[in-house]
Ligand binder design. Sequence first.
Ligand code: ATP
Ligand code: MG
Length: 407
Amino acid sequence: MYDLIIIRYGEIGLKGDNINDFISQLVANIERATRDLGEFEISTVYGRIFLYAESDKIEKIVGRLVNVPGIISLSPAQRFRIGKKVANFEQQDFEKLKRKVVQLFKAEVKNYPTTFKVETTRADKSFPMESPELNRELGAEILREVESKTRPLSVDVHQPEHLFEIEIRRGKIYIFIRREAGPGGLPVKSSGKALLLLSGGIDSPVAGWLGLKRGLTLNAVYFNSPPYTSERAKEKVVDLTKVLSRYGGEIKLQIPYFTEIQQEILKKSPRRYTVTIMRRMMIRIANRLAEMNGELALVTGESLGQVASQTLEGLRSSDEVAEFPVLRPLITMDKNDIIALAKRVGTYEISIRPHEDCCTIFVPDNPATQPKLDTIHFGEEDLEIENLIDRAIEKMEVITISEGAAE
Ligand code: ATP
Ligand code: MG
């Protein structure tokens, strides 16, 4: 039924001189997100992006695009050619247009009673009919053809449930009745590089996605503790990275060997502080990796008060050793909202697979929720921190993950 998708972007419109870079980046990101569905013609016109595709693929593509950062909204649309000269639009063309409009309305509007409104944008002023006239005529046609006892329908010009839009531009009429919301934000790769601390849980992939949504380019680190953690736990993280990669381009997943560090902490640090100290070791390794890769920030999935280590004291203890800003996109979010976002992005089903990550196994029954810096420093005294980090990185595995289109 549809021939194309009209894609609208928001904030990148504010970028002045760089606007073309932003748009090209967004187009590249759109290609990547839809690459496995096919190759599609994309054009950028009138402050919009048009993606042309076979009608049977449109809904799938829409499902991807609603998650591509930088997109504010999109509409699957039908294109109606008027011919070379718009002014020659004739009665028979108009009849055809009316039929198409009614067809589309019937296909998309399933629940009655309902209300609607037709709204025309006439960028092409040579078009012989004026917008109010078109609105009136097409609205009347919809009422005539659709309205019935079983399908009560009326026009509501103020708050219609369905807005039927007609856009007339350069010899073509675009008709559409749906506007799907995109995530907004900025195109991935427009805000610099950061390192995501990615566990197999629900939160950190969502944090990563929100970072992508603000234009970050991500690499990831996953701390793995074999044989305490299974190969399956690692596979989970690989799969999560694949989902992020679909939106974020190539992601280097780095997997330092964390087992020795955890064993040392268990042996040498106060039991109630093991989680806090383990977090600090993660941050320290992340510092090194970020330095190696040229990243300027760390991203975690922490949310204030969600678990024992995510108190202000806990965050402060991590920040004390961080050499880069630690971005925590979920910090004020509730679990339910995080889960909803995870479902939307496509990471939830992977995250809930039942494999423990390194940390759950080592968590004491009664971890300190208000770790004091002095006590932490004391608890770290016997650890050979730099050596431990060196060895964790020496034994690090690196997997480069690139879903979607080539760069
Ligand atoms: P998640 O759902 O992301 O696992 P969580 O609610 O389980 O988070 P914690 O286990 O306290 O919270 O972890 C807090 C954050 O620390 C995670 O969101 C993630 O950014 C990072 N993190 C925790 N464990 C690991 C790990 N094994 N590898 C990499 N990062 C980790
Ligand atoms: Mg976790």
